[in-house]
Design a binder for this molecule. Sequence first.
Ligand code: PEP
Ligand code: MG
Length: 752
Amino acid sequence: MAEQTESESRKLLGRLRDTLAEDTAGQARLDRIVELISSSMRTEVCSIYLFRDAETLELCATEGLNQEAVHQTRMKLGEGLVGRAARDGQVVNEADAPSARGFRYMPETGEEVFSSFCGVPINRLGDKLGVLVVQSREARAFSDDEVYALEVVAMVLAEMTELGAFVGEGEALRARHTNPMLFRGVAGQEGVAEGNVWLHEPRVVVTNPVADDPEAETKRLNDAVGQLRVSVDDMLKSVSNDPVDKDQRDVLEAFRMFANSRSWMRRMEEDIAAGLSAEAAVEKEQSMARTRLGKAPDPYLRERLQDLDDLSNRLLRILTGQGSETGADIPENPILVARTIGPAELLDFERGSLKGIVLEQGSVGSHAAIVARAWAIPLIVNAGDQITSEALNGDHIMVDGDQGIAHLRPDETVVGAFRDKIAMQAKAQERYAGLIELPAVTQDGTKIDLFMNAGLIAELPSLKNSGAEGVGLFRTELQFLARNTVPKRSELAAIYSRVLDAADGKRVVFRTLDIGSDKVLPYMKREDEPNPALGWRAIRVGLDKVGVMRMQLQALIRAANGRALTVMFPFVAQFDEFRAARQHLLDEIERERRLGHTLPEKVEIGTMLETPSIAFAPRQFFEMADFISIGGNDLKQFFFAADRENERVRRRYDTLNVSYLTFIEQIANRCAETGTPVSFCGEDAGRPIEAMCFAAMGLRSFSMRPASVGPVKHLLRRIDLAEVRAVIDRARESGVQSVRGDVMDWMRTQSS
Ligand code: PEP
Ligand code: MG
């Protein structure tokens, strides 16, 4: 950029900054700004359009167009040249605007006399805020230097908008981060919660986008980049050459490439020369990259732009000294809002300290989801890529985990409706609380055993207040997932022992490590498998790598320390797998005996039934198993060949589908033949109607989320199993695909 333009640009930015210091209201400040820009850029017109809502731009200030048009002229995103610049996030530079593609004439503005048009989007880190426009009579295209100067100005305007510099009377000048917003994602864990936003990584606030001393700013930038390079190199050193770490190394290599990129540095130095502060320069380049990110069709390119984005965040944190630890106090009733979060970071929060979680990414089967489920707090995943930039720490937020919806800064009507829903749920909980001490006995006198699922020690207190008779499924993988290295035997033994202490004599079924598929241990070699859910997981890993399984079995025996021990193996697909796994446990008991350690007073060895194949195993399998637990989450996905993680197909097949219910009935019958106790521990056990139908098919034991015990018990105590069975049988004979409709019709006759 020419010397002359550079200092002009700096002068203009200095003046813009001065308007921030002046004691003027939003509109007056905007008016002053358009005047400054048009005189500095020597254009007859300068206008600022800001978003009134996500789809509508409004002319908020102008120098050169009719003043009456201010706050009157509006256009939709994509409409006219202004709308096009905003939609595409790209500069529109036309010498002869009226004949340009998409031009739309706005008669109230009096713009017909101006030929040339240059519209520059005002964006901040991917957020579309508005458009800065200059126009002149003379039909000429604006030069690259001029466009660049406008981009720098637009960057400063974006920062000013973010700081609330244009807030004043009038809807369009409302402060950013004040509008109510709704985010629609995927329900990861049911429940509703009201609270305040707690950002996992709060946004960096740039308080002064303009700087007077480019040399000092360039030095600050260089120092910060130097620091960044050292930290990236350190991170790279800490990652081994093991193929396990390949993904992490790839990302860090990309970081290093960007951190050493000359063109990235050069662009930021140019921005500083034009008058921006070092952090504003970083943000400007980051914003540009985000715009490209949104458009990149190639997944590889998108990933690399994402890396650049992460790196820019690190650089901003170094420059501003604002880290995740911003010193802000965690608000009351915090709802965690994050792009994504790992289980270890999540477990840093105490159980009960978070009221809900909203993630921009993530999936229903992610580790975060497992923890949220364990904590029984509402979770929304896949909430889109805006919430972390829209939400501010402390913002009021309502999370509806049933619908997968988050209301950020909700207005009064939403608050009212939402609180009604919370109150209704609380009332229902009260009703269930009255059932805690009562057994789940149906009207015809059949006793059903209700257990709870758990995975963390912190969940054990639910044993008392849910009314569960014990833990029907203790998922042991959480202790493995939350660490960076394999936990030691002594650590595991201590954890399991505390679980048994907390259960206070009630039955706890420990399921051995179920990893693979979506549950990937950070320290285990990650196999690239075409279908991980059908791949090397659970017992398959356990039997191939017996070291870890034996260590876990030893830990369990030692934790029992004379108490009863109940163990089951996950994902058994054929008899031999169960036989082999069971033998390992028997061998370990024998080994402990030889070592003179105290042995469990009683050992029960069971298995999960999660693959259709094992339902058809030889009779001897059923005789050998001390008990069987149907893992409906996996069983259903394999029965219907529909991935439980895939939103497209996950809900396609109804649990009350006749084929599936008949299959459950067959399993119950086979277990009855050999007298093998059978239970159901998949998510469906916690759904009252589903549990009722399974009970009608012959199951007498269920294990579910603690919060479901009350609702399931409530329903079971009201119904007669023989009647339900008759409804199901009639429906089955009628040829329907799912018995749900008939069952629901019958239910309605019951409640009236
Ligand atoms: C199941 O598959 O139903 C089950 C309980 O195991 P998980 O959900 O841990 O795979
Ligand atoms: Mg399973």
